[in-house]
Design a binder for this molecule. Structure first.
Ligand code: ATP
Ligand code: MG
Length: 423
């Protein structure tokens, strides 16, 4: 992408309404724009980031045999009346009436719809287990939308649902999703703390939240320090969940040897048995031909919230520092003045054949301004054609995270390893 074609306009100052660094940086770098309270437009740069995160989440779901599909955002109220949640969900649910006076709603979550759908496609124990997911926009009329996309009203969620024959099998499935979440977050460059959670409106007996440590996090956490110092993927579910962690009112104040911090909830998983399959009359036939109610779980990841959570984890006073695989562009070519525009253009064409998502800042602006924008946006590598090229035929390569600079000639540039790092 050439910057001359990019819908982008950097802001030097933070807009007053933005209270936390991720919100400030997302506005300053034209990633998002607020449309109305808690509802955002994803501008080209932000949308690229969102899709990159989505792709990592997607590939990890696919790896555990979870089926991707897409349910509608607008739901009929009928199933919610049956499950008993239509009244319970309260003011967070956006309720809509169509022209025939039918009661509809903008889905805040999909347990009812998927349970009903499942009954139509699986009717024998032989069809179990089944896992399905979608990555879909949700609406919750949050009382206090804030911190940008961190707590929006419209937000993108990956929600998966599982169906098993009995409780023990459902617990195994829950453990599979739990480990899959740790792997997903690791690929996003994050190490979340799994916290045993209250089950809230979704219900059930086993539930964990995945919390990213951040000063600006909305939840208070208390946890065993080993949960952040060790690679949890080398441990078993039982080992991990035997370590202490709790959030907010669940914190045991008498506990010693724990660390207190704040966290951003980026995922939440639930094992809730037959809470929805029972009232929605969902069943399969077991090996004796008897009707049995499947045991279910649901598994959410806040995809749009993750864009902000990752910025909270990776930034400095100059701007964002994206992990390589999440960054909207991987290498940004910058020419210091018009003299080098053709050489820069050629370089852009050659590198674009080798790497995907290269950008070229071809705007008629000062070198300083272009470097500042590259740092603000958080592109992992900058490649500058300037003074050194004039004097010594050398290109300057800068690592956004470490600030390290390399001076290379054309030949060396061809072999340069643009390392795919996590800051
Ligand atoms: P929270 O406690 O933050 O209000 P929740 O417990 O209501 O979230 P879940 O129903 O568990 O949310 O939804 C799954 C995931 O969706 C959450 O872990 C979070 O990452 C994300 N999420 C929930 N609400 C919002 C929101 N208003 N804006 C952005 N992401 C959200
Ligand atoms: Mg939650």
């Amino acid at each position: 992408m050439r910057f001359s074609n990019l819908l982008f306009n950097s802001l030097k100052e933070s807009p007053k309404e933005a209270k936390i660094v991720s919100h400030q940086l997302m506005l300053r770098s034209s990633m998002i724009q607020q449309h109305t309270s808690g509802i955002y437009t994803w501008l080209p740069l932000g949308f690229k980031v969102l899709k990159n995160i989505e792709e990592i989440v997607r590939s990890n779901q696919d790896q555990i045999g979870c089926n991707e599909m897409l349910m509608s955002t607008i739901q009929s109220s009928d199933l919610w009346t049956k499950s008993g949640r239509y009244a319970d969900y309260g003011k967070e649910m956006l309720r809509i009436k169509d022209r025939h006076d039918n009661e509809l709603l903008y889905g805040p979550t999909n347990e009812e719809v998927i349970t009903d759908l499942f009954s139509n496609y699986v009717n024998s124990y032989k069809g179990l287990p089944k896992y399905v997911y979608h990555i879909q926009w949700k609406f919750r009329d949050e009382i206090r939308p804030r911190f940008g996309v961190m707590r929006g009203r419209e937000f993108l969620m990956k929600d998966a649902y599982s169906f098993d024959l009995d409780h023990d099998k459902a617990v195994k499935t829950y453990q599979t999703f739990f480990m899959c979440y740790l792997k997903t977050f690791k690929e996003l460059g994050l190490q979340p703390i799994p916290v045993k959670a209250a089950t809230g409106a979704i219900g059930g007996d086993l539930s964990h939240e995945f919390q990213i440590l951040a000063k600006t996090g909305e939840s208070e956490l208390a946890y065993d320090p080993e949960l952040v110092s060790q690679d949890l993927l080398e441990k078993s579910f039982d080992e991990i969940t035997s370590m202490y962690s709790a959030s907010d009112e669940m914190i045991d104040k008498s506990k010693s040897n724990v660390v207190i911090g704040r966290g951003i909830e980026v995922g939440h998983i639930f094992n809730f048995g037959t809470k929805y399959s029972e009232p929605l009359e969902c069943y399969v036939l077991n090996n004796e031909g008897k009707k049995v109610t499947p045991y279910m779980g649901s598994y959410g990841i806040g995809v749009s919230r993750l864009t902000a959570a990752i910025i909270e984890a990776f930034h400095d006073d100059k701007g964002i520092k994206w992990p390589f695989n999440i960054s909207p562009f991987k290498i940004n070519i910058i020419s210091s003045n018009d003299k080098f525009i053709d050489i820069a253009g050629e370089l852009y064409d050659t590198l674009s054949k080798k790497y995907i998502n290269i950008s070229f800042d071809d705007r008629d602006l000062s070198l300083g301004r272009k470097i500042k924008d590259s740092e603000l946006i958080g592109i992992p590598w900058s490649l500058i054609i300037g003074k050194n090229f004039d004097e010594k035929n050398e290109f300057e390569v800068i690592n956004r995270s470490s600030g390290e600079k390399f001076f290379v000639n054309k030949q060396e540039l061809e072999n340069f390893q643009f390392e795919q790092y996590t800051p």
